[in-house]
Design a protein around this ligand. Structure first.
Ligand code: WQD
Length: 336
């Protein structure tokens, strides 16, 4: 079975390629290196002993897309990660985000229809829920006004997929990620933030490594036990494994609907300070942080109801918060 992974040199994409190859799939990657490094291709090869196929072009380029699919047939499924994902940047450059994230998706789906590629797994996000009214949040919860153009591209992409599925032979699964963190146990691949990290975990590890002066904890006045915001952090390897199950479900035609949506989280929420304490516990260090004001656009608390993924996919996150922080730290140390 041949699976195309777009964005396959990125953080979640590279971990998914490793799991796909380990599960016996033949993998080809498209990645234009806009938020990844070519060295990751060798790291994947080092981990699995198998070098994935690799093509470097921009998926929002219609001609380049058509050329690729004309020359690369017998693709059994596509896992689509390639997208811009920086929340803050998307607020400043909305058109860049809408154009890139949506045109890439539409080019892929056009070619799926032309070349009879039926199976698509899409990288969605819990950001579509905004601040849920009920926690834990289920897949039936209403999607809310996106907090950013980035989040809106995920919501719009889900709608584009749903409408295209209903008008074609395409089958799709959207995986709504919660907060992916951590790194592969080999520490050869992990979250390579280019520039100043927006996300919590790389900021923690870079602060501990002396790359950043101090972690700013954004807000201590939320309605939570310690006042800091709560998220459902999930180990990137657990997340990657969910993609293997999802693409197999489609390829083996075990999907119950033409378009299915699954929450991929742990079902446990941790506050910012609980993540910091986990990091301090596993590294036996004290982290230099200060409490500052809330970050604009942040929601207060979210964690997943994972019953549907657990029961229907037979998938469940296995790694706990200490394994997440320990693996993130091991990767940071390996970067030096
Ligand atoms: C987590 C918590 C921050 C940094 C975003 C996107 C989501 C997905 C993951 C792409 C929040 C706090 C953070 C810092 C802090 N992105 N924090 N100090 O915002 O939940 O989700 O990234 O797929 O779609 O929305 O993740 O890691 O930025 O923040 O206190 O330096 O950590 O306020 O409470 P977030 P995050």
């Amino acid at each position: 079975m041949k699976i195309l992974v777009t964005g396959g040199l990125g953080y979640i994409g590279s971990h998914t390629v490793v799991e796909l190859q380990s599960a016996g799939f033949n993998v080809v990657i498209i990645d234009n290196l806009s938020n990844s490094k070519i060295e990751v291709l060798d790291k994947i090869t080092q981990i699995t002993g198998i070098k994935p196929g690799y093509f470097n072009f921009d998926l929002s380029n219609k001609t380049a897309c058509e050329e690729f699919f004309s020359n690369n047939n017998n693709i059994d499924g596509i896992i689509h990660f390639a997208a811009y994902k920086a929340v803050g940047e998307s607020v400043n450059k909305p058109l860049m985000y809408y154009r890139n994230n949506l045109e890439s998706l539409m080019n892929i789906m056009d070619n799926m229809n032309i070349h009879n590629i039926a199976n698509l797994v899409f990288s969605s996000s819990c950001t579509v829920y905004g601040q849920p009214d009920v926690l834990p949040v289920t897949e039936q919860a209403p999607r809310k006004q996106a907090e950013s153009p980035y989040g809106n591209t995920k919501k719009m992409a889900e709608d584009i997929i749903q409408d295209t599925v209903y008008s074609s032979d395409l089958k799709a699964i959207a995986l709504r990620y919660f907060n992916p963190v951590g790194a592969h146990p080999t520490a050869l691949i992990g979250e390579l933030p280019l520039g100043v990290p927006n996300n919590l975990m790389p900021f923690i590890t870079q602060t501990a490594a002396g790359i950043r002066e101090q972690l700013s904890v954004f807000g201590e006045d939320y309605d939570t036990a310690d006042g800091t915001a709560i998220r459902d952090y999930i180990h990137v390897v657990d997340l990657a494994k969910a993609h293997i199950i999802a693409v197999k479900r489609l390829v083996e035609k075990n999907n119950k609907l033409d378009y299915e949506i699954f929450n991929i989280g742990t079902g446990n929420g941790y506050s910012v300070l609980e993540v910091v304490k986990s990091f301090e516990r596993v590294t036996n260090t004290k982290l230099n942080y200060k409490i500052v004001g809330r970050r604009e656009g942040d929601i207060e608390k979210v964690w997943a109801n994972t019953d549907f993924a657990n029961n229907e996919l037979g998938w469940k996150a296995e790694k706990d918060i200490d394994e997440m922080t320990a693996s993130a730290w091991k990767f940071q140390l390996a970067l030096k």
